[in-house]
Design a protein around this ligand. Sequence first.
Ligand SMILES: Cc1cc2nc3c(=O)[nH]c(=O)nc-3n(C[C@H](O)[C@H](O)[C@H](O)COP(=O)(O)OP(=O)(O)OC[C@H]3O[C@@H](n4cnc5c(N)ncnc54)[C@H](O)[C@@H]3O)c2cc1C
Length: 492
Amino acid sequence: MDLINQDPLAPASPGLQASVLAGFSAIVGPENVLTGTAHRYAYCRDRLPYGLFRLRSHALPATLPAAIVSPASAEEIMAIVAYARQHRIALIPFGAGSGVLGGTIPLVGEVMVDLKRLNRIVEINPIDGTVTVQAGMNGMQFEQELERNGYTAGHLPQSIAMSTVGGWVACRGAGQASSRYGKIEDMVIGLKAVLPNGKALEVRPVARRAVGPSIKDLLVGSEGVLGFITEVTLRIWRKPEHSSAVVLAFKNIEDGFNALREVVQSELRPEVIRLYDAIESGQRTESMPEFVARPILCIMKFSGLKDLANVERALALSICARHDAVVAGNGPYEHWESSRFHSYSTKWQSEGYYMDTIEITGTWTRLHDMYAAMSEAAHAVHPDMYFGAHWSHIYPEGACQYMTLRLPPLPHDEAIRLHRLAWDRIETICLEMGGSVAHHHGAGLFRNAWVRQELNTGMDLLQILKDGLDPDNLINPGKLGLRQPAGSTWES
Ligand SMILES: Cc1cc2nc3c(=O)[nH]c(=O)nc-3n(C[C@H](O)[C@H](O)[C@H](O)COP(=O)(O)OP(=O)(O)OC[C@H]3O[C@@H](n4cnc5c(N)ncnc54)[C@H](O)[C@@H]3O)c2cc1C
């Protein structure tokens, strides 16, 4: 919905009267309900680049939220859901708004339920090696608190300082140490949630279970459409006593893929593995002689018990040497380490470029062909399209390909068309070549069309579940490929 010509002060959800909003104040206290225009603008988008492009052309991504409500407990969330169901008010669970696919964009003037007041560690259990944490806790504060106690969660996304633990779980996220510790779904062992029907759900934290399909995994990756995750129990690890990094230069991407595949298939678990294509390598290795004949950059970090980490390092390096890699100076590692949690530069956006990132998963048999086809497709969309890629989540059967695309400054409507076209070409190639259209950013709103294709009949299962729990489509409607809310004009 283009609101550029609409009165921004008009209520986003015309049916939502002040008297109805007052009901939320009774639950969370008036100081925890925001209805001012500036606040509503602040919550009208997440970090979806398309949303930013829209704002740059003086249009909202979709609508303004009606209000922002900040509960402090699962009980208050249950009361909010009950009240919203009674008055047919749509709600959106909101962590920190760092999602990049539009998962928190209000489509019909929803009420945002900001979860950041659920912000404490409930318990660290050193015997079980687990932590129980409220879902709205800031990621960096969470990790720092664990480290003060001698542990790490091993989940270190670039956005750690601007995201919440619940957001990680809701988006099925991945951190920079995923090659060692796994993705968030490998770490969550139990959780609590408030379902769209208002009922509390508890998945008890246990080592393993055989009680039917995993209810836990219905919530992990549910992006708010199946309710509010309020508490999570995660595996934690002793903070590594030792770590060391190495920078390698490969002759080409195929050698890099073959080496990394062999490393992980040999059951070695470097904490960090990063391989860059020639474009991204070039930006990080300028004037380094090792990269003249071997232009492909790879970074690895080994950590844990010192003896074990050293053995893993030696074995991994011997594998890489067999694939013709040489060890290079540590500069690219140090640069990465010092900026690993920075947000990407706003330079390109502020100078009128159209920049976005797409992460997909492919298997080793197809990955190199996927890369070549996607690079070609991006350049076919526009000859001056920037396209660079790296692989930093490495698994025995394949890897995540993380691509940066950047269109030059163009007339806005043309840029929006080409941006969408580039996404479509890349996601379609991914589907045709047997990949997954999303590795860790989730589906949100922007990926709806391709998620439906990937899930095929599985989409029907999700919709049946959604309809059963949320017949009025009130909890984050229109996301994750599910049915749009009445009145939404979002096209997907
Ligand atoms: C610069 C940058 C770097 C990034 N790097 C990474 C990265 O390395 N790895 C990675 O995985 N992601 C990354 N992201 C994406 C983003 O940070 C993650 O998706 C993150 O998990 C979102 O968390 P959040 O708390 O901000 O969630 P939000 O953006 O607030 O919400 C995202 C979705 O989850 C739902 N949600 C949030 N909290 C809850 C809850 N408690 N219960 C139910 N639903 C909920 C929302 O409704 C929405 O659908 C990056 C983003 C940026 C901008």
